[in-house]
Design a protein around this ligand. Structure first.
Ligand code: ADP
Ligand code: MG
Length: 282
């Protein structure tokens, strides 16, 4: 298994794009599994009432089951809801249930409603670190909206990871997301859009190439060099409660997520830049 550099401190990613079906959940769980597969300690937080990330990680999330709802609405400690992910010794997840769909309304009138997740996550991460079990990565999977749940994720996180589907209107809405991130930076100075990942890339179509070119022109170095191809193995894995990493590790989908995870691990914002090679003639 490949080894990847460990981050100097826990990197908290918010996987967000207010459009549905662009590959947020697929990216959150497969990146998490790829990083965990290299030995990193990774926590996935499912923040979408649909619970798709919980499904893909094989974690119980039927209505009424304990999960992230209890953390953001009832302010219970996050650690109570952390499950080990089957087949991965260093991957954990907090599930979401459909109960979370009422959370935005239930939180509407409470004080500091957008900081609920941050308080719970910071406390949990500090506890684990004090116990000598620091997490390397956290991946928060957001619902397809810019409501209070996504806001909680943006306040809690450091790096926004934006999946962009290589389809018509791919960049539509991305500007709005970037504006929201700018606003949230008033509450959370750490937040940047560090990473953009092109998903469902189809090398046979002119459209995919155009979307990729357009994204690289407009979003610059945040765009990972690796794009994720359309792959049947990726889309069928969740129905077996798995990510592509275990469902078919040699598939193009699994390999591309591994490569994307490698890129991500090598771009640690807390790490000093690599020392420049000696100049010619010295
Ligand atoms: P989101 O979380 O943004 O709504 P999903 O990750 O659930 O998006 O992806 C939407 C649908 O597309 C799902 O059915 C998923 O299995 C499928 N999908 C995502 N990425 C790929 C891919 N690279 N190849 C094929 N299908 C994909
Ligand atoms: Mg999703």
């Amino acid at each position: 298994r490949p080894t990847l550099p460990k981050p100097l401190k826990t990197r908290i990613f918010v996987v967000a794009n207010q459009k549905g079906g662009v590959g947020k959940t697929t990216t959150a769980v497969n990146m998490a599994a790829a990083l965990a597969g290299s030995g990193a300690r990774v926590l996935v937080i499912d923040l979408d009432p649909q619970g798709n990330a919980s499904t893909a990680l094989g974690i119980e999330h039927s209505e009424g089951a304990p999960g992230i709802y209890d953390v953001v609405v009832d302010r219970q400690p996050l650690g109570k809801f952390v499950h080990g992910v089957p087949r991965f010794p260093t991957l954990w997840a907090v599930p979401a249930t459909i109960d979370l769909s009422g959370a935005e309304l239930e939180l509407a009138s409470v004080v500091a409603r957008e900081s609920r997740l941050k308080r719970a996550l910071d406390t949990y991460l500090r506890e684990r670190e004090a116990a000598g079990e620091r997490f390397d990565y956290v991946m928060i999977d957001c619902p397809p909206s810019l409501g209070l749940l996504t806001m909680n994720a943006l306040v809690a996180g450091q790096e926004v990871l934006v999946p962009i589907q290589c389809e018509y209107y791919a960049l539509e809405g991305v500007e709005t997301l970037f504006k929201i991130v700018e606003l949230v930076r008033e509450l959370n100075q750490d937040l940047t859009v560090s990473t953009v990942l092109l998903t469902m890339y189809d090398a046979r179509t002119r459209l995919s190439a155009q979307v990729a070119e357009n994204a690289r022109e407009n979003l610059g170095s945040a765009v990972l060099r690796t794009s994720i191809p359309r792959s049947v193995r990726i889309s069928e894995a969740p129905s077996f409660g798995q990510t592509a990493m275990t469902w078919d590790p040699s598939s193009s989908g699994a390999l591309s997520y591994l490569e994307a995870a490698r890129e991500l691990a090598h771009r640690d914002p807390a790490a000093p830049p690599p020392s420049s090679p000696p100049q010619d003639g010295r």
